[in-house]
Each structure stands twice: as C-alpha cells, then as structure tokens.
Design a protein around this ligand. Structure first.
Ligand code: HEM
Length: 505
C-alpha cells in the first residue's frame, strides 16, 4: 500500500509538485494583485481618501464594508475616493460635477461594467439582462401606463397581506401587536409587486414570495464573496457558484405553468379576441424579439431581477417611512384625515393617491433623510475624463454619486420636516412630489437611467401608508428611533427596531 508520503510525492513528483505549483500560482496572484492595487492607488493619488487611511488597503475596505457611511468622515463638497473590496470608488459631489455626470453618454460612463462589478451580474443574474435590458422600456411604458388600472389590485394585495401577517392579539390587554418592520414590509411589498409581475394567485404563494425575498440576499452574498477575490480570479470562482441556477430553478417551478399557459394563448391568438390586460411576465414574453431571450430560463431571470430591483428598495423605504410615522404622532391626524377624504371622494384610484399630497411629502422627507444608499448609480469611466472642477479621473475608475450630499441641499437639512415638499410645491407651483427628480433629490437616481419604476413605487408607498393609517394606530416600541445600519453604500433600519400596531375599530 502506498504511504502518505508516496502518495504525495508519486513517481514523478505527484501531489507535492502539484502543491508547490499551486503555492507559486497563489503567490504570483497575490503579488500581481498587490502590484495592481498599488498602481490603482497611484493613479488616483490626487483624490483625497474618504476616511482615515490605514497603511493596509484591505483594512479600510473592510471598515467601509461594515461601517458604510460612517466611514466617510469628510463631508465636504469635494470628490473623495472610497476603498471597496475590489478597488477604489470615486465619490462625485457638487451640483456642477453631478450635472456634468448626468449628461455624459453611456460610452463614457459604462453602466454594464459597473453593474457587473457591484452585483456580479454574470454569476447572479444572466448575461442577457445586461446585454439586452429590454425589460427597462417595459417598466417605462406598459407598466407605467397600467398604474391607474393596477391601484385597486395593489390595495387589495396590501390589505390581504396585512390580514395575513399582522396577527390580531387575542390575549393582549391593550390590543397592540409587535411587528418587525423588516420582516413585514418585504412580504407586503413582494406580494403587491408580484400582483403586477406574475399576477394572482402566484403573488400570494408563500414559497414563491420567500424565494424572491431570498434572491436579493443571495445576490448580495454571492457578489460580496466574489468581490473579495481579485477581478482576474472572479470568473474561476464565479463558475463555482450556483446562485443563479438554483434561483432560476426555484422560480421556474412556479412560473413555468404560467409561461406555458400564456404561450398557448399567444399561439391560438386568443389575445386578439379578449381584453386580458396582462402582467410583467406576459409583457416580457411578447416583447422578447431576440431568440436568445425567448425561453423559459431567461423569462424566469427577468422575473427574479424585477423582484430584486423593485422589492428591497421599496420595502426598505416603506419601513423607514412607517418608522418615522411612528415617532411623529403629531402628524397622524392630519395624514389620516387626508387619506380618509381622498378615499371617500375618489376611492382607491390614481386621483385618490394624487390627492394624498401630505402623505407624499412625509414619505419623500423620510426618503431624503434615509435613502436606501448614499453612494448610488455606479458607473465605470471608459476613457480618461477631466471634470468641470478640473479633476482628471483615469479610464477604468468606478464612479458613484453622493446622494446624501445632494439630499442635504435644503435649509436645516438634518431636521425632519414632514411638510417640506408640500410647502415647496405650494410656494413654487413646481412639481415636488416623490417622483419629481431635481438636482437636490437623487434617491431615484438622475439622468437617462433614473428609476423608471418610481411611479409605481410611489403608488405602493402611499397605498401602504394610507391603508395603515386608516386601519391601525401605530407607535414605536422603544422611546426613539435606533441608529440605521450601514453596509457599504447601503442603508437599512436598525434590525432591532420594532413597531406596535393596534387595529382601529
Ligand atoms: C424605493 C424604491 C426604489 C428606489 C429607491 C429605486 C432606485 C433606483 C435607482 C437609484 C436607479 C438608477 C440606477 C442607475 O442609474 O444606476 C434605479 C433604476 C431602475 N429601477 Fe428603481 N428604485 C425603486 C423602485 C423600483 C421599482 C418598484 C421598479 C419596478 C417597477 C424599479 C425598476 C428599476 C429599473 C428597471 C431600473 C433600471 C433603469 C435603467 O437601467 O435605465 N425600481 N432605481
């Protein structure tokens, strides 16, 4: 029997030789990476570091990762660079620089490259999502046009979700039920959004909902793990991850019957005869012009990706605004009266929501102070570029916009002023609602890629808040709001935060 040493060495050097070549490969990799990072740092040496610098790049990158916005100490209107797990990100600040950024074409500001770097789209989504994002014009057109028709459906979904997930306390003396907002709202929003993405009854299927909420976490976990490795090794490691395939399989289990049914309808041209309004799944099936997109797996990925872009962002914003509502009891009667009058007069319709102007202002102020991320809308520079402030950034650098810096351009920027946007609209007669994008309010992005889903998101926010006000009393479990949590550029409410809800009779 071969000994352990023999097995290791073998007749021609065997495993030992293999092991030493592995060491050489790893050592070369590390060396190449160190040289590469030094070179990158050197190229950006004229841009100040965002936080206090440690001599070891990775120490700062991890500090930023777990401490996010708190790491970025110098709140000046100057470009700074942030150390991330896979390289520097230059944070753009100042109205003139951001206005210039907005106007630069896609061949100078690469969006696909940035999305791939941040979300590792190749291993978490699909190549086609990036190379042919035909779902974006669908959100801009078919989805947006359908909003007036969808409002009663979304309200019904919110209502059913509250009845399902907010237990009525049988034994509690005072009738208050404790709620974890970060468990409740993702499910409420996931159901409501999927009423439009795949329709009823699948939008109420618990397993489907769980899978979609989980998918967002899978994307972040996979992407952050891969980003721990140098870019040139990522394809090797990425190939080992099954995140994408696993999630597509789970999604297909539920959407395949809908796809088959829809295909039959399309084949028999039934659509021309009935007035079935369709949903996101049917729209992507109809608009898949390229044969590479016209198959079950690609449609399932788009269903997942829509869940990714629509659910986490919206539910985090809803959680933040309802937590703010809980600590501003002085606003409850005003908002409740507004909701009641709008519903009495117009029902749950677009006109009804358009008349909830103070609710709109309240949510927007919450979103201004607590956006889902502070360094959003990443792009990779495809060529060297000198900005209007005279600073030249080299090709290949990742850029992000400092949303907080922009959202702070109001008088008393740190004070929560619930009627700020309502008053602004009255005074200027210019749109200041949630969906209005101005240089001072960039929570939905800016320019040609600004969020096309914001009209639907705003409708969801207002339906949830109005429904909650009309049916529940709300307060915070603790005395005051706990500090938000920052993970890299992201911001979420403190996981220990709890709401108390009491059914109104
Ligand atoms: C609070 C809720 C939301 C926030 C804060 C948000 C934020 C954003 C931001 C900042 C962008 C710009 C990304 C960039 O320029 O790199 C974006 C893009 C996008 N959003 Fe949203 N979003 C929200 C809800 C939604 C919803 C509900 C939908 C779908 C109905 C949606 C669909 C999209 C799509 C498809 C894009 C890509 C646009 C493009 O590539 O041109 N979003 N969103």
């Amino acid at each position: 029997m071969a000994t352990w040493a023999q097995t290791l060495s073998g007749s021609d050097g065997g495993l030992l030789q293999q092991t030493s070549s592995t060491y050489v490969l790893v050592a070369t990799g590390i060396l190449a990476y160190v040289v590469y990072s030094k070179q990158e740092t050197w190229k950006l040496r004229h841009i100040e570091n965002a936080g206090s610098s440690s001599p070891l790049y990775f120490v700062d990158a991890v500090r930023y990762m777990i401490n996010g916005k708190n790491f970025v100490t110098n709140a000046v209107q100057k470009m700074v660079k942030i150390p991330t797990l896979d390289g520097w990100v230059v944070l753009l600040r100042g109205e003139d620089v951001i206005d210039e950024w907005r106007k630069l074409p896609d061949d100078i500001l690469g969006m696909d490259q940035a999305q791939h770097n941040t979300l590792q789209t190749r291993y978490t989504m699909s190549e086609r999502i990036v190379s042919n994002p035909y779902h974006v014009p669908i959100v801009q057109s078919q989805w947006r046009r359908a909003i007036p028709r969808l409002i009663p459906d979304v309200k019904e979904e919110v209502e059913v979700a509250f009845e399902t997930y907010v237990p009525t306390p049988a034994s509690s003396e005072d009738g208050w039920t404790e709620i974890d907002p970060q468990k409740l709202f993702p499910k409420v929003i996931c159901r409501a959004s999927n009423r439009v993405i795949v329709g009823k009854p699948l939008c109420r299927n618990e397993e489907f909902i769980e899978n979609n909420v989980q998918y967002t976490f899978d994307i972040f976990t996979t992407a952050y793990t891969l980003r721990l490795f140098p870019r040139f090794i990522q394809p090797l490691i990425g190939a080992l991850f099954r995140t994408k395939e696993k999630n597509i399989d789970r999604c297909l289990k539920h959407v395949r019957p809908l796809i088959q049914e829809r295909k039959k309808r399309l084949e028999s041209k039934q659509d021309e005869e009935d007035d079935e309004p369709g949903n996101f799944l049917s729209w992507i099936m109809e608009d898949a012009k390229d044969p590479q997109d016209a198959n079950e797996r690609e449609w399932a990925v788009r269903v997942l990706v829509l869940n990714f872009v629509a659910v986490h962002t919206t539910s985090t914003t809803v959680s933040q605004s309802i937590l703010d509502l809980a600590v501003h009891p002085e606003c409850h009667d005003i908002l409740r009266t507004e909701a009641q009058e709008a519903v009495d007069r117009y029902g749950w319709t677009k006109e009804g929501l358009d008349n909830m102007v103070r609710i709109d202002s309240f949510i927007k102020e919450s979103q201004r102070l607590r956006p889902v991320g502070f360094a959003l809308v990443e792009r990779v520079l495809m060529q060297d570029h000198t900005f209007v402030n005279g600073v030249t950034i080299p090709k290949g650098t990742t850029l992000a916009v400092d949303i907080d810096d922009r959202n702070q351009q109001y008088p008393d920027p740190d004070v929560f002023q619930p009627w700020k946007f309502y008053d602004l609209q009255q005074k200027t007669q210019k749109p200041a609602s949630i969906t209005a994008i101005t240089p001072e309010f960039l929570s939905f992005g800016y320019g040609r890629h600004a969020c096309p889903g914001r009209y639907f998101a705003a409708a969801e926010f207002k339906i949830v808040m109005a429904y909650l006000l009309l049916n529940y009393d709300v307060r915070l479990k603790g005395e005051e709001r706990l500090p938000d949590m920052f993970v890299g550029p992201g911001r979420i409410p403190n996981p220990k935060e709890r709401l108390l809800l009491r059914r109104r009779t």
